[in-house]
Design a protein around this ligand. Structure first.
Ligand SMILES: Cc1cc2nc3c(=O)[nH]c(=O)nc-3n(C[C@H](O)[C@H](O)[C@H](O)COP(=O)(O)OP(=O)(O)OC[C@H]3O[C@@H](n4cnc5c(N)ncnc54)[C@H](O)[C@@H]3O)c2cc1C
Length: 502
C-alpha cells in the first residue's frame, strides 16, 4: 500500500503525488493534523477554520474515487509508525513542501524514519519552487516550463482500505482562540474555482489599476491567495486558466478586449512572484528568523516598544489608513499588497519595531499565510534584505492616494465616520471630531527621517555591506530575462520586485 500524505495541497486535481502513487497500487490518502504545529506562534484559528472546509471537500472528492480521506492526529512520525503496524507500506508520497521552520524539522524526522524502515519517500514538485537550486540563472524559464506542462489527471477507482479516521479536534483543544473575525474567506476547492472563474471573466478587468486601493482591491484582486496557500488549486491550474482566457481574448476584435490583456499579464506575473519569493525561503530557511543581510543585525533589536506594537495591532496608531487596514485585516483575514507593505513599513520604520513579532502577528492574521512569501516580503518592507531600494510608505499620503474620500477609513473606523472628508486623513487637525480616536503615536515626518537616516547611514559608502549584498543578489535576486549572474550590472535596477542589482 502507498501512503499519500496531503500537506499544503488539499486537492486531487493536478496532484502528482496522488496520481503517481495510485498508478503503483492501492493508496491510503492521509492528512496528519499535527497539534504541535498548531501551537507554533505563526498559526491561528482562521487558518484552522479554512483548513477544515478544505478537508471536508477533499474527503468528498476522494470518496467519489472510492477511498475516503484518513485523518490522523499526532506527530507525523508517530502516525506513520502506527500505520506501519497494520499495513505494509510500499512507499510514502507527498508533494515537496516549502513551509515554516517547524515543518522543515518535521520533514527531516520523517526522512530519517523512512530511511530507518527502508520505505522510499517520493516527493514530486508541486509548484515552480526548485529544490537544491544551484543559482538563480534561468529560474524564470524553468518556472514557465513547469507551469506549461499538462496538469495531472486525478486517479479514480481506488481500492478501499480498512483504516479508521480520527475526528478533527475542536480548535480549543489545539489552543487556538476564536478571534472574533466576522468576514473570513471560506475554504474548499469549490470556493477557489468560483473565485478563479469570476476573476478571469468578471471581476479582473480593472485589476491593474484597482489592486492598489483597499476600496476596490477586495473585489478586483483575485483573492486566490488562500487557495494557493492551502493548495485547493494548483498554481499551474491557475496559470493555465489565465493563459486560456488570454488566448480567448486574442480572438476578440481590438475594441472589445477592454483592459483585460494588461490585467491578465499583471496577474500572470504575480503568479511567478509567488514562487520567486518562496524560492528564497527554500534556498535559505533561516530568513524566517534572521535578517537576510547581517549588517542589519542588532539594528532594532533593543528598541522594541510594546506600547507602539499594541497600538499597531489594535488599529490605534492615530494614522487612519494604518488603523483601518489593521482593523479590516482582523475582521477579514486579508489585505491587498500595497496595504500589507504599508502596515509592515509603518511598524518597521516609523515605530522602529524589529520585524519578527509584527511578522508573526500578521502571519496569524493572514488566512493566506505562506511563509516563503511572507518573510521575504516582511524583510523587504523592513529594509533588511540589503538588496532592495528602501520604500518608506507615508500613511497619510497613501490615504489621500488610495482612499481620497475616506470610504475605507469610515468603513473600519467608526470613531471617524462623521469626520469631514477634508480632515479624514489628518484627524488630529479636527480634535473635536475625533470621538475617542487617538492622536498619532509618533510624528510621521520625524519618525520617517530618523529611520531613513539610520538605514542610509548604514548602507552609505559601506564596502562590506555592498559585498554581502552582491552575494545576496546572486543567491536570491531575480534575473532579467536572458541575463545570467555574470551579466548583472552594477547599479542597475531589476524588475517589479524592486531588487537592486548592486
Ligand atoms: C508584508 C507582506 C506579507 C505578505 N504575506 C503574504 C502571505 O503570507 N501569503 C501570500 O500569499 N502573500 C503574501 N503577500 C503578498 C501579497 O500581498 C498577496 O499575495 C496578495 O495580496 C494576495 O491577494 P490575491 O490573491 O487577491 O492577489 P492577486 O493580486 O490576485 O495575485 C495573485 C497571486 O499572485 C501571488 N502574488 C501576488 N502578489 C504577490 C507578491 N507581491 N509577492 C508574491 N506573490 C504575490 C499570490 O499568490 C496571489 O494569490 C505579502 C505581502 C506583504 C507586503
Amino acid at each position: 500500500m502507498n501512503v499519500v500524505w496531503f500537506k499544503r495541497d488539499l486537492r486531487i486535481e493536478d496532484h502528482a503525488a496522488f496520481t503517481e502513487a495510485a498508478s503503483h497500487g492501492a493508496v491510503l490518502p492521509l492528512y496528519i493534523l499535527e497539534p504541535e504545529l498548531w501551537q507554533q506562534p505563526d498559526m491561528s484559528y482562521r487558518h484552522y477554520a479554512f483548513l477544515q472546509a478544505c478537508l471536508r471537500e477533499l474527503d468528498q472528492a476522494l470518496q467519489l474515487g472510492g477511498q475516503r480521506l484518513i485523518i490522523k492526529v499526532g506527530h507525523a512520525v508517530d502516525v506513520l509508525d502506527d500505520l506501519k503496524k497494520r499495513h505494509a507500506i510500499q512507499a510514502l508520497w507527498s508533494h515537496q513542501e516549502t513551509w515554516n521552520g517547524w515543518t522543515y524539522e518535521r520533514d527531516k524526522a520523517v526522512k530519517r524514519w523512512c530511511q530507518q524502515h527502508n520505505i522510499p519517500w517520493h516527493e514530486p514538485a508541486q509548484n515552480g519552487v526548485i529544490r537544491r537550486l544551484a543559482n538563480r540563472d534561468g529560474w524564470a524559464a524553468r518556472w514557465y516550463l513547469q507551469m506549461s506542462k499538462p496538469t495531472v489527471q486525478p486517479a479514480s477507482g481506488l481500492t478501499k482500505i480498512d483504516e479508521k479516521s480520527d475526528a478533527l479536534p475542536p480548535h480549543t483543544t489545539l489552543g487556538l482562540q476564536d478571534d472574533g473575525s466576522v468576514a473570513l474567506q471560506p475554504g474548499g476547492r469549490s470556493q477557489g474555482l468560483t473565485l478563479l472563474r469570476s476573476f478571469l471573466t468578471e471581476r479582473g478587468e480593472g485589476y491593474t489599476k484597482e489592486m492598489s486601493s483597499p476600496v476596490t482591491a477586495f473585489d478586483s484582486c483575485s483573492r486566490l491567495s488562500c487557495h494557493l496557500a492551502f493548495g485547493t488549486l494548483s498554481i499551474r491550474e491557475v496559470f493555465q486558466a489565465c493563459q486560456t482566457r488570454s488566448q480567448e481574448l486574442k480572438q476578440l476584435p481590438r475594441g472589445e478586449k477592454g483592459k483585460w490583456p494588461g490585467a491578465l499579464r499583471s496577474f500572470s506575473g504575480r503568479l511567478r512572484w509567488h514562487c520567486h519569493f518562496m524560492q528564497k525561503l527554500e534556498d535559505e530557511p533561516r530568513i524566517e528568523f534572521e535578517n537576510m543581510h547581517a549588517a542589519y543585525d542588532g539594528l532594532r533589536a533593543n528598541d522594541f516598544n510594546e506600547d507602539y506594537f499594541t497600538a499597531w495591532k489594535d488599529g490605534m496608531t492615530g494614522y487612519p489608513m494604518v488603523d483601518a487596514c489593521m482593523r479590516a485585516l482582523k475582521a477579514t483575514g486579508w489585505l491587498n499588497f500595497r496595504m500589507r507593505a504599508m502596515v509592515m513599513s509603518f511598524a518597521s520604520y516609523h515605530l522602529w519595531l524589529h520585524w519578527r513579532k509584527p511578522a508573526l502577528y500578521l502571519a496569524r492574521q493572514f488566512t493566506d499565510y505562506e511563509p516563503g512569501i511572507h518573510y521575504s516580503q516582511v524583510q523587504m518592507q523592513s529594509g533588511t534584505t540589503g538588496i532592495n531600494a528602501l520604500r518608506i510608505y507615508n500613511p497619510t499620503k497613501q490615504g489621500f492616494d488610495q482612499d481620497p474620500e475616506g470610504v475605507f477609513i469610515r468603513q473600519w473606523i467608526p470613531e471617524l465616520r462623521s469626520m469631514d472628508t477634508s480632515v479624514i486623513h489628518t484627524p488630529w487637525q479636527a480634535a473635536s471630531q475625533m470621538n475617542g480616536y487617538p492622536m498619532p503615536v509618533v510624528d510621521e515626518k520625524l519618525a520617517r527621517k530618523a529611520a531613513a537616516d539610520k538605514l542610509y547611514g548604514l548602507r552609505k559608502n559601506n564596502v562590506a555591506h555592498k559585498a554581502a549584498a552582491r552575494k545576496i543578489v546572486t543567491k536570491h535576486g531575480s534575473r532579467k530575462p536572458g541575463r545570467s549572474r555574470t551579466a548583472v550590472k552594477k547599479g542597475s535596477r531589476n524588475d517589479a520586485q524592486g531588487e537592486l542589482q548592486l
